[in-house]
Structures are given as structure tokens and as C-alpha cells.
Ligand binder design. Structure first.
Ligand code: GRF
Length: 200
């Protein structure tokens, strides 16, 4: 049996976090994990924003949530060091970024394997405004990408990605809702793929 502890990091709404936690709790997922001899434990959720709605979701889902407010630290490195200590104390093997809006330091990235979801078809529209930029962009598609985290933001090796064709006359809000629906489909699949490759 391979024992894998995961941490989910988020900053805001936490809908991907909730979707992932529910997915990992499903009987079919547990069966899949058993078949791969993986014992998976959601050791912690970690949030940098005390006012994030995701904190309430963690309570409802009954998963431990630790808040480390980046504003309490003078530098990115000091903030990351606090996160590293917390994650090391929980013996984390894989970090899942789910709407975590802080750029991670080199030390953090070298210390933990981490994956991230990005709401565009990378390499198009890196950065924090990906949905809007995809919507107004020249391509006839948006998309969702899940990738390993590397030193350059939104640039790591792709685990899974899918295009989302634009629909004529669709509003930005409608497009955004479809992007999120695709995220909820894609991230769980990509997590299983990442778990399989983790030991490799
Ligand atoms: C998602 O669109 C994700 O792709 C991006 O941030 C958003 C987080 O949404 N990185 P939520 O907090 O999971 O609802």
C-alpha cells in the first residue's frame, strides 16, 4: 500500500476544493484507489484568506482547515516558510492548488510536488484574468488545464487539458459557468492521473 497525504490550498470560494473532497469520498474513487494500492488521506486544507467562503465549506465537509494569512508575513519567503512547516508537520506528499492566488516561492516549489488548475487552454492566457481574456480573445475556444507546478507561473507540464468551444452570443457569465463545470469534471480525473505518476 502507498500512503499519500494531500493538502488542498485555496484562497476564495473553494468550489473546486468542495468538488475534489466530494469526489475523493465517492465509493467508485475509493475502489479505484484500492485497485492502485493507494491509501489517500486529505490531511489538511490551507487558506491564506481568513474571509474566504471556502473556510465555511471546509467546516461543512468536516475537513481540517488552517489559515495562514499572507498579510501577517513581511515577505513571500516568510509566508511560504510558514506554509512549508505546516505541510511538513502533516507529512504532505502532494499539494493540490485549487484557486490559490499567491505565487509560490522557489523553495516551496522545490520542496513539494504540486498541481494546479488554470481556467484557460494553456499556454493561452496565463495569469489571474484567464477566463475574461479567453472570452474576449481571438480563438473560438476557451478551456481548462491542469498542470504540475513549476517555477514559472502557469507553465508546468500539462496533466490534462480540454478546450471549451465558444457559443455565439453567450455572455461572459455563461461562458464562466461552463468553464467551472469543465473544471469540476477535469480536476478529479487529473488528480488520479497525478497520483498514479507521483511515485514514478
Ligand atoms: C478557478 O477558476 C480556478 O481555475 C482558478 O481559480 C478559480 C477558483 O475557484 N485557479 P474556486 O475557489 O475553486 O471556486
Amino acid at each position: 500500500m502507498r500512503y499519500i497525504n494531500i493538502a488542498i490550498l485555496f484562497s476564495g470560494n473553494g468550489s473546486n476544493l468542495e468538488n475534489i473532497v466530494r469526489f475523493l469520498g465517492q465509493a467508485s474513487t475509493k475502489q479505484w484507489l484500492d485497485s492502485k494500492h493507494i491509501s489517500l488521506h486529505i490531511a489538511i486544507a490551507l487558506c491564506n484568506n481568513p474571509n474566504a467562503y471556502g473556510v465555511q465549506r471546509c467546516k461543512n465537509l468536516q475537513i481540517p482547515c488552517v489559515i495562514i494569512n499572507h498579510k501577517d508575513y513581511a515577505t513571500r519567503e516568510a509566508f511560504d516558510e510558514a506554509m512549508i512547516q505546516e505541510l511538513e508537520s502533516k507529512k504532505i506528499d502532494l499539494v493540490i492548488l485549487a484557486g490559490f492566488m499567491r505565487v509560490l516561492s522557489e523553495r516551496f516549489i522545490n520542496r513539494f510536488r504540486a498541481i494546479n488548475i488554470h481556467p484557460s487552454f494553456l499556454p493561452f492566457y496565463k495569469g489571474a484574468k484567464a477566463i475574461q481574456e479567453s472570452f474576449y480573445g481571438a480563438q473560438d475556444f476557451g478551456g481548462v488545464s491542469v498542470h504540475w507546478v513549476s517555477l514559472e507561473v502557469d507553465c508546468g507540464e500539462i496533466i490534462l487539458q480540454e478546450k471549451l468551444p465558444k457559443i455565439p452570443n453567450e455572455s461572459l457569465q455563461e461562458f464562466e459557468a461552463r468553464i467551472h463545470a469543465l473544471e469540476y469534471e477535469l480536476y478529479p480525473k487529473a488528480i488520479l492521473q497525478a497520483l498514479e505518476n507521483l511515485g514514478a
